[in-house]
Ligand binder design. Structure first.
Ligand code: GLN
Length: 539
């Protein structure tokens, strides 16, 4: 293994959901601010080849990269923090590892050998650990290992981390272990035992963590840090306190205060190229925390019981809200609970309405009612993917008079298939990884709301869908005031629909939320928020 790339592995202990992704992204941000080129990859221990087929209720949003990989939502955090795109290589699951090994076995690449977890699976894991480092583009590669130390399913990953040290060289290798220090209210005590145990499990697997990052609700007193240092074999100054933060975007600065970046640089013998440049980040935080105006926006979808299902949309509102110094109160409303009777009550206090992406029939009628309400009451409307498709169905039914119009996803026998399966989707049998995925070009019509927002005519956006606007109906829509304002120049697929006589009604077939970052808030979200503020003034 060549190159001087430094490898940092982040493991987790005690419990899941401690925010390894945010710690990884924050550390990466701090190193980036010092002038290093950094990327982050996530290794997930489940058997699905990718999270594309997972229910959003179970796993949260599926994040899509430029190259069309369906990935874990942590990759969204990586991009939002680092302002750099990730790719398929940044997210690998146990399923993908096994698939690669078994495919090789069938090709006869291991002829004569018994194929085993060690060495074949661990070799394949290591090959993937090092893939992004091959061309020497990165000074530092941070690898987040999903799950918790001690889980049966993450054992091969942990073993591969242990082995990796000797291939990378001890000077280029670092393990950061993220744990929880629970507070027992009755005893008024912070407890270190769960962390001691999780570090013991790592030690049993042959890994000595170099740095402990301790999630805690209360500051860690020196005695607690000393205890952790003593029993976990970690230097005292490498026991890092990670207090609960007001927003995830505070975490890089909290980690800087705790000197996480300095500890990492000193252990890896990395010489900072410059003083940490975090002015733009701080500027963003300043605007985020000191809004001068506020707006209420409804996010209508069917996965609202797990807000992680809409992670990138929620974060896109945070970025865009800060850009216009506006506090966005986002109200997640279940489309299944909306009907023509209660809709006014649920939505009349909203300054803007977004209909979310999604799949399947459930909750569809509530979404159609929602679009109708926004259209008829001149409330700024933003439809994303299924949200755009529903806007088209609603217009067909209620304006064009095509009463039974539908998407063939919901009703394959509809007499008016205004949304229909894309040609290349018709003969597909496999569900995984076969949607229209990743970045495609789009050309905007001059003078449209979309082109005003972007300030240009040619854009690239990411996709994740099977169905499309049916161009057979295009003329009818145009003649009646719903205008296609964005087209794929290569295929003529309609990418954006707008209503001419409405303050701001924009439906997009793509997912703008995936490209919104702290430093590059997405123009459509920014314009949508501005439109809601204008709507407030009129009200
Ligand atoms: N279910 C729709 C399709 O496949 C929309 C998908 C989405 O909202 N991501 O076309």
């Amino acid at each position: 293994m060549a190159s001087s790339t430094k490898y940092i592995f982040i493991t987790g202990g005690v419990t899941s959901s401690l925010g390894k992704g945010i710690i990884a992204a924050s550390l990466a941000k701090l190193l980036q601010a010092r002038g290093f080129s950094v990327t982050i990859q996530k290794f997930d221990p489940y058997l699905n080849i990718d999270p594309g087929t997972l229910n959003p209720y179970e796993h949260g949003e599926c994040y899509v990269t430029e190259d069309g990989a369906e990935t874990d939502l942590d990759l969204g955090h990586y991009e939002r923090f680092l302002n750099k795109p990730t790719s398929q290589a940044n997210n690998v699951t146990t399923g993908r590892i096994y698939n690669n090994v078994i495919t090789k076995e069938r090709k006869g690449e291991f002829l004569g050998k018994t194929v085993q977890v060690i060495p074949h699976i661990t070799d394949e894991i290591k090959r993937n650990f090092f893939k992004l480092g091959e061309d020497g583009k990165y000074d530092v590669i941070i690898t987040e290992i999903g799950g918790c130390v001690g889980d049966i399913e993450s054992l091969p990953f942990i073993e591969a981390v242990r082995q990796a040290k000797w291939e990378i060289g001890a000077n280029n290798f670092l393990v950061v272990h993220l744990t929880l220090i629970p507070y027992l209210a009755a005893a008024k005590e912070l407890k270190t035992k769960p962390t001691q145990h999780s570090v013991k499990q790592l030690l049993e697997a042959g890994i000595q963590p170099d740095i402990l990052v301790c999630r805690t609700e209360h500051p860690l007193p020196l005695e607690v840090k000393k205890k952790l240092s003593l029993f976990c074999n970690v230097e005292l100054n490498s026991v890092i306190e990670a207090m609960d933060a007001e927003t995830i975007y505070d975490v890089p600065l909290l980690m800087k205060k705790e000197k996480l970046d300095e500890r990492v640089m000193s252990k890896l013998k990395l010489n900072a190229k410059n003083k940490a440049e975090l002015d733009q980040w701080k500027d963003f935080l300043g605007r985020l925390k000191n809004p001068t105006q506020e707006t209420n926006i409804a996010l209508v979808g069917k996965y609202v019981s797990l807000p992680d299902a809409y992670k990138s949309i929620i974060e896109a509102f945070v970025h865009a809200g800060a850009a216009v110094e506006c506090k966005v109160h986002l109200h997640l409303i279940s489309s299944e609970e909306i009907n023509s009777e209660n809709i006014a009550k649920k939505l009349e206090s909203m300054d803007g309405i977004l209909v979310a992406p999604g799949f399947g029939e459930r909750g569809l009628e509530g979404k159609i009612e929602t679009v109708k309400f926004a259209r008829e009451n001149n409330i700024p409307f933003f439809g994303i993917c299924l949200g755009m498709q529903v806007a088209v169905i609603e217009y067909a039914r209620n304006v064009l008079g095509l009463i039974d119009a539908n998407s063939t996803e919901m009703d394959s026998f509809t007499p008016h298939p205004v949304i229909a399966l894309m040609e290349e989707q018709k003969n597909l049998e496999l569900m995984g990884g076969t949607m229209r995925l990743g970045s495609y070009p789009c050309e905007l019509k001059k003078g449209s709301k979309a082109s005003q927002a972007y300030g240009k005519q040619k854009i690239q956006e990411r996709h994740r869908h099977r169905y499309e606007f049916n161009n057979h109906f295009l003329k009818q829509f145009e003649e009646n005031g719903m205008m296609p304002t964005g087209f794929n120049p290569d295929t003529d697929l309609v990418e954006i629909m707008e209503i001419k006589d409405h303050p701001w009604f924009v439906g997009v077939q793509f997912h703008p939320e995936y490209k919104s970052t702290v430093l590059n808030p997405h123009p459509l979200f920014v314009r949508f928020i501005s439109a809601t503020l204008e709507n407030k003034k009129i009200k």
